[in-house]
Ligand binder design. Structure first.
Ligand code: ATP
Ligand SMILES: Nc1nc2c(ncn2[C@@H]2O[C@H](COP(=O)(O)O)[C@@H](O)[C@H]2O)c(=O)[nH]1
Length: 189
């Protein structure tokens, strides 16, 4: 199979990281870790959740794209993407919608974008609280212009994405399996 990358995007707390974990733990799909200058959240580890960088080390990597999101830098390096593709032909990465647009522009034939959403915004906030995020950080994150932008599917992506409503986890898993089958991606490890 030719190399593909499944880009997961959506609003904060919509379930991008959860879906990435599900894809990589249950299918022959490799995670692409991205780089960020944001501080670690509770339970996050360097090399597992992100490559955590300073503003100085961040620019030592070679980026397919990078963005500023809520005051921090985030970037997806060619190094990480190639490392994932050396292990398996299908990789998955968590990006904001701007990053998803860049992937579609730069490597359209290799990119499949999934936009995750949750119907009830209150539920989304509650999930972030349950994850252990501080109330003031949640408030700030949801008020950021990037989070407000990613609450809605941007016009540029409308015709190119697979939208998955992540209200109920059991249903989400079925939707993901159906999507993988449609894309011709092996559904067993
Ligand atoms: N369908 C679901 N039902 C219940 N809880 C869920 C569901 N999907 C995800 N969660 C939980 O919601 C929380 C937020 O999910 P996750 O961290 O995957 O979101 P995210 O989109 O990656 O967020 P962020 O952009 O803020 O990093 C986590 O605690 C996760 O376990
Ligand atoms: N365009 C990019 N977006 C990225 C990258 N890595 C993560 N992200 C997105 O940033 C926000 C915030 O992430 P968080 O972990 O602080 O909640 C979220 O939308 C991620 O999808 C990247 O390399 N490029």
């Amino acid at each position: 199979m030719e190399n593909k990358v499944i880009v997961l995007c959506g609003a904060p707390g919509s379930g991008k990281t959860t879906v990435r974990k599900y894809l990589t733990e249950n299918f022959a799909i490799e995670p692409v870790l991205t780089h960020t200058t944001r501080l670690k959240r509770k339970g996050e580890h360097d090399g597992i959740d992100y490559w955590f960088e300073t503003r100085e080390t961040f620019f030592k990597n070679h980026y397919l794209e990078y963005v500023e999101y809520d005051g921090n830098l985030y970037g997806s390096s060619y190094e990480s993407l190639e490392r994932a593709w050396q292990r398996a032909p299908v990789a998955t990465i968590v990006l904001d919608t701007k990053g998803a647009e860049t992937y579609l522009e730069r490597i359209p034939e290799k990119t499949e974008v999934v936009y995750l959403c949750v119907t009830d915004e209150k539920v989304q906030r509650e999930r972030m609280e349950q994850r252990g995020d501080d109330a003031d950080k949640i408030q700030r994150r949801l008020a950021s212009q990037e989070a407000k932008r990613d609450k809605h599917l941007p016009d540029k992506l409308v015709k190119h994405v697979h939208v998955i409503e992540n209200d109920d986890w059991e249903e989400t898993k079925v939707k993901i399996q159906t999507l993988l089958q449609m894309l011709g991606i092996e559904t067993t490890c």
